[in-house]
Design a protein. Structure first.
Length: 254
């Protein structure tokens, strides 16, 4: 193996910097943990904040709850005569009525950094999402890529097999070109941003946090997505354990 590869090319250095910044882990040419980071969220304008105060929307609540309260009260012009806490109101909207549609204008963008190319295809399949990705074939940035090790630390034989496959690929690789890049193993690491409304993230978590038919790498990434969404939107999202217990069919009821 070319020693220069182990030192890291300029592209690898930039990619590693991004993966690590997103709380991922890189060891030489292997990504041990995919980075997951929220890069963008919706916010209300100053003019909206002024209007909300006039319409007695509870502006002490998180922004997404403020706008959801406005959306729901707008339907029947059921605005309050004076401002009061909307905590219980939002709780009822989600838990009692399952009325998540009024929250659907809240969008969240995630950076998924150092994800296996094979896993990224699962994200690209979501037609609800907007995705900006690192190209994977005809680009100098992927001439010397990283490779995501798929599986868990307690599966050393499985991880070692992947390293052997990568080593064989690198030994046979005679030059950097589009064809060579296309023929790289499916665990070649890529990075992308993906944006969806919080309602669509909720449905995605229901479908992807399942032990049936969902790849291990996908579940690992989505568990971290779920953690961060629960922290940022505690009222809206379930816990990881609750999502695993729901079952895929539940997403069609949301």
């Amino acid at each position: 193996m070319d020693k220069k590869l182990w030192k890291g090319t300029r592209y690898q250095q930039m990619h590693k910097q991004m993966i690590v910044a997103a709380n991922g882990i890189v060891d030489d040419i292997f990504v041990l943990k995919t980075g997951v980071l929220i890069t963008k969220k919706s916010r209300v304008t100053a003019e909206a904040k002024q209007l909300f105060d006039q319409m007695n929307i509870d502006t002490t609540r998180p922004v997404y709850e403020q706008h959801a309260e406005f959306n729901s009260r707008l339907t029947y012009l059921s605005f309050k005569d004076q401002q009061e806490s909307a905590a219980a109101y939002n709780q009822r909207l989600i838990q009692e009525y399952g009325h998540r549609s009024v929250y659907n204008d809240e969008h969240v963008t995630f950076l998924i950094a150092g994800c296996a190319l094979e896993t990224s295809l699962e994200f690209v399949a979501h037609n609800e999402a907007t995705i900006a990705r690192l190209t994977s074939s005809k680009t100098n940035a992927q001439n010397n890529p990283f490779f995501k090790l798929l599986g868990y630390p307690h599966q050393p034989e499985y991880l070692e097999k992947q390293k052997q496959v990568v080593a064989q690929y690198l030994e046979q690789k005679d030059k950097a070109n589009e064809l060579t890049n296309i023929l790289a193993p499916g665990n070649k690491a890529t990075s992308f941003t993906i944006s969806m409304s919080i309602k669509d993230w909720h449905k995605t978590l229901i479908g992807r946090l399942s032990l049936h038919g969902v790849e291990t790498d996908m579940r690992q990434v989505m568990e971290e997505v779920a953690r961060q969404l629960k922290v940022n939107y505690p009222l809206f999202f379930n816990t990881i354990e609750e999502y695993y217990a729901l079952g895929n069919n539940k997403k069609y009821e949301e």
